[in-house]
Design a protein around this ligand. Structure first.
Ligand code: HQG
Length: 186
């Protein structure tokens, strides 16, 4: 993505995950918003971009953050919402281990409470260590937690996978988390 596409992608994340009302928009129950309406709302706030530019951001997005409806008339974020939406994801069986990238200062609280979704709707987990490291790196030196996902699943806790391949869980109780040795200062 070029700089303009990154700007549009961040704008779309803000609208489609967090603050549609700031743009005079409302997501439907499943997180969708009409594209014509979205482009017009952005234009009115001095953020003018075309349908073609939006399509390029959707297609070239590094994490495939956005999805179009089958008829091409609507758009939504595939995960990461703080506003309440029902993405209608079906529970899926997880791999044996999933990974979560965080930072050392969160560890005491995670040891106590497990992984909680915070402002988002669900806890985000990664299928591989590299991705989890990148997620953790956004906040400082990354600490990788291993989540015993298949054991958690056998115990009846559900996992989902977003359209763009992010693993999601409502929470991860601390008993399923393997913390790095030495307090996580890796
Ligand atoms: C931490 C980005 C204290 C958690 C990324 C994380 C991802 C706790 C932070 C996606 C805690 C929440 C999501 C507890 C969890 N006590 N801290 N009990 N439980 N935490 O941003 O997973 O580029 O909401 O470790 O790449 O960092 O936006 O979640 O540090 O895929 O598409 O609380 O966002 O994707 O932070 O990131 P976030 P996340 P995008």
């Amino acid at each position: 993505m070029n700089a303009r596409q990154v700007h549009i992608s961040k704008l779309l994340s803000l609208i489609l995950r967090h603050k549609p009302e700031e743009f005079g928009l409302a997501l439907d129950a499943n997180g969708w918003v009409g594209i014509a309406e979205l482009l017009e709302a952005c234009r009115q706030r001095g953020e003018t971009f075309s349908r073609e530019e939006l399509d390029a951001v959707v297609a070239q997005n590094d994490k495939r953050r956005f999805a179009l409806s089958p008829d091409g008339q609507r758009i939504r974020a595939s995960q990461g919402h703080s506003v309440e939406v029902d993405l209608q994801l079906q529970p899926v069986e997880p791999p044996e281990l999933l990974y979560h990238g965080t930072v050392a200062k969160a560890l005491d609280s995670i040891r106590r409470d497990g992984l909680l979704p915070g402002n988002r709707q669900q806890v985000h987990l990664s299928a591989d260590v590299d991705t989890a490291a990148k997620v953790g790196q956004r906040r400082g030196r990354p600490v990788i937690l291993k989540v015993e996902a298949s054991r958690m699943g056998r115990d009846g806790l559900k996992f989902y996978r977003s359209e763009n391949g992010v693993w999601l869980a409502d929470r991860v109780p601390t008993e399923y988390i393997r913390f790095p040795e030495g307090g996580g200062a890796t």
